[in-house]
Structures are given as C-alpha cells and as structure tokens.
Design a protein around this ligand. Structure first.
Ligand code: BGC
Length: 397
C-alpha cells in the first residue's frame, strides 16, 4: 500500500519539506511505520497519507496519520473525518489508543454510533425533524425516535471528505472539506464546510470548523470521538474524574429534547464544577438521569469575556492521563456511553460494554432552531461559521 510522508522540520519549515513514498502494511497495523521510526535522531512531526479502504461503489477512503515530536499519533480517515486512533502516553510514558473505533472501514460502514466522526449539519437533536426559517418549514429525517439526530440518515459522518495534509512549524494536520448540496438531508442551501485537524507539539488536538452558505441554514458542527483514557476497550469510564465548567445545563424530555429551561446544576448529579467520578452519581434515581439513561445532556458553559472557554477536564487516575477541553462554543454534550451494550466488537476484538467510552461534544444547544431563547444556530449567506475546539492531552504524576 502506498503512503506519502509530509514531514515537518521545526520552525524553519514554512511548507512541506520532505515527500517520500513508503510501503506500509494494511489495516489496523498499517500506521505503525510512521516517520518517527525512521532515521531521525530527534523525532519530528510528520503527516502521512495511506489508503484505508473503499466504499462498496469503489470510492477510495484514505487515512492520514499525524505524529508530533512527542510520539503522539492521531489517525483520521476521509470517511466521516473519523478519528480511528489516538495514541497518547500515560504517566510512565506508555502509549495507548484512547478512542473507540474499528480496525477497518467495514466496521465503520456496518454500524457506527458516530465513533470519532465529524457531525453535521446539525450535531444533536432537532425536535420532530422540523424547523422554520423566514416562514418556510423544512422537514428532516427522524432518525432517532421522533427526532432528527446528528445530521440525518447520511450526515457528515457518512460522507467522504476531500483532504489535504499540511505541516506548519512543529504542528501537522489535515484539512477536510465537503460541499453539502442544497437540500441534502432536507437542509436548505449549499453549504461549503471545512474542518481542520491540527496536532501540535504541546499534545493539543485542535479542531477548526468553517462553513459558508448561500441560504440561511442551521449549522452545528462537532466531533464525536468516544474516549477512554485508560485505553480503548479497557473497562468502563466510571472511574474517570470529570470537571465541567458549567453552572447550568439544559434539562430534557424522555426523547432528549430540551424543555427550554436553563437549569442550575447546583444540588443535582449534574454538578461537575469540582472534579467528580463519572460514576459517582450516574445511577441515582433522578428524573434527568432516567431520561438520559445516564448522562446525555448539554451543559451551558460558563463563559467569561474570553472567546475561548475551558469547558472540561477529565482525569483517569490509574494511568494518570488527562484531557482538557477548550472551546469557542456555548455548550458541551456530555454523553456517558449509555447506549454501548456489548453488542459492538471494536478494535483488536475489544468488546464495547456499557459506558466503555464518553464523549464531550462541544456545540450549540440541542434543538436550537426551535428554541428562540437559545443562541442561534442559523448561518446566513455572507456570514462565516467559525468554531474552534481543542483537546489537550497530559499526564499527572
Ligand atoms: C447523543 C446520544 C447518542 C450518541 C450516539 C450523542 O451525541 O447525545 O444520545 O446515543 O450521540 O448516537
């Protein structure tokens, strides 16, 4: 299988400075031979491209492997922009993959509860699959009970994106772009979308979202990686310590549509303002936890004057791994993997049982197109949709 290496060489390099053709193995192990294992004395950042598979109609799907100088490796594919693996060190320097997923494309095509994918046009739910803009009502697929979820039947998680790798100093990345035609999944307007993944030398994974439209349309893009900082498939996430910087959340009905309230978290199992184990209160007999079958709720982030909020922090005590989430978005959906039930076998034969992964999906609030009091998600022609979220990976002693 052919791969190209686009290698960074520190600050002097403004552009890609090396291009090599390598022969890699296929499938799950295909990204092992990243550039760091070559002859360099100092590991350097690099991005490589390799074939990952083909859709049934023959459309090729490629994988990009981003490596930084610390040995952190992110692999993302052009199908759905899916992050298929993310290898970060623990407190002893042991690397492990901390995201759920599949070994090959067939897994993602067969059944994917949005593992690792870009979500759009509208991340989260739109009640009844309907909204009205300027007096015109639009009807979307109801693919989640009575509601529309994550962009519909063929959302941005199920399309093949164009992709261009880049190197910028000691950061590497890939720009995914997709032209969503007017009427796709029932949404109005041609929407041009660009999502940039950047891996920096500080072990940050940055998502920059950009979109423009030619008709007013709802846009709420997010990233749906399921994390387990103890390592993919290594158990449930209930022992992870979570902080969410939110005084309020948006309570939901039994179909997970917000009831319109912006409710205080104080005195509820939704108070994560101080780090608390995900599992500490998850099984309490409480109405909102019953509706979500656990945590599956949007938190209203406390935003100071700065454009970027420190939204959340997660710490896994056994491995010492931590993850901080920063975002320009007003909300984050914390989903505790409640629908994982052991029916999915993922990478290397690992079975994903109940709550084996969690998601922190930065976003605007669910059902905003039907909630005039929520921050608007309607993108107007002539305006630019811009949003940035950063996951920072670290360790504690
Ligand atoms: C939703 C969950 C859903 C999961 C996978 C999350 O964003 O909030 O309800 O089960 O995605 O589809």
């Amino acid at each position: 299988m052919k791969s190209q290496v686009f290698r960074g060489s520190g600050l002097a390099a403004a552009h890609i400075v090396a291009l090599a053709l390598l022969h890699y193995g296929c499938g799950a192990e295909g990204d092992r031979s990243h550039a760091m294992q070559q002859t360099d004395e100092q590991p350097r950042a690099a991005v490589t491209r390799a074939e990952f598979g083909q859709l049934p109609d023959g459309t090729p799907v490629d994988a990009f492997t981003l490596t930084n100088a610390n040995g952190v490796v992110v692999r993302a594919i052009t199908y759905g922009g899916i992050i298929t693996s993310l290898r970060v060190p623990d407190r002893n320097g042991q690397f492990d993959d901390v995201v759920l997923g599949y070994d090959d494309l067939a897994g993602y095509l067969e059944e994917n509860p949005y593992f690792g994918a870009i979500i759009g046009r509208y991340g989260n739910r739109i009640a009844g699959g309907r909204f009205t803009i300027d007096g015109q009502t639009y009807t979307l697929a109801t693919n989640n009970g009575p509601n529309h979820l994550h962009g519909g039947v063929t959302g941005f998680d199920k399309v093949v994106w164009q992709a261009e790798p880049f190197e910028r100093g000691d950061s590497v990345g890939v720009v995914f772009s997709y032209a969503s035609p007017d009427g796709e999944e029932g949404y109005p307007g041609n929407l041009d979308v660009r999502v940039t993944y950047t891996l920096t030398a500080a072990n940050e994974l940055v998502f920059d979202y950009y979109a423009i439209t030619d008709k007013p349309t709802p846009v709420n893009l997010t990233q749906h990686s399921y994390f387990n900082l103890a390592g993919d498939g290594r158990g449930d996430v209930l022992g992870h310590q979570l902080m969410i910087n939110a005084d309020h959340f948006t309570p939901v009905d039994s179909t997970l549509i917000p009831n319109g309230a912006i409710a205080p978290v104080a005195g509820t199992p939704f108070d994560f303002r101080s780090a608390t184990a995900i599992g500490a209160r998850i099984d309490q007999d409480e109405a909102q936890l019953r509706n979500g079958l656990g945590y599956d709720h949007n938190f209203v982030l406390n935003r100071g004057d700065s454009a970027v909020t420190h939204a959340a922090q997660v710490y896994e005590p056994r491995t010492g791994r931590s993850m901080d989430v920063y975002t320009t978005e007003p909300g984050v959906q914390f989903y505790s993997g409640n629908f994982l039930d052991g029916s999915i076998t993922g990478k290397a034969g690992r079975v994903y049982r109940h709550r084996y992964g969690f998601c922190l999906e930065t976003q605007h609030f669910p059902n905003s197109p039907n909630q005039p009091d929520f921050p608007s998600t309607i993108l107007q022609p002539g305006d630019e949709y811009r949003s940035t979220t950063t996951y920072v990976f670290g360790v504690r002693p």
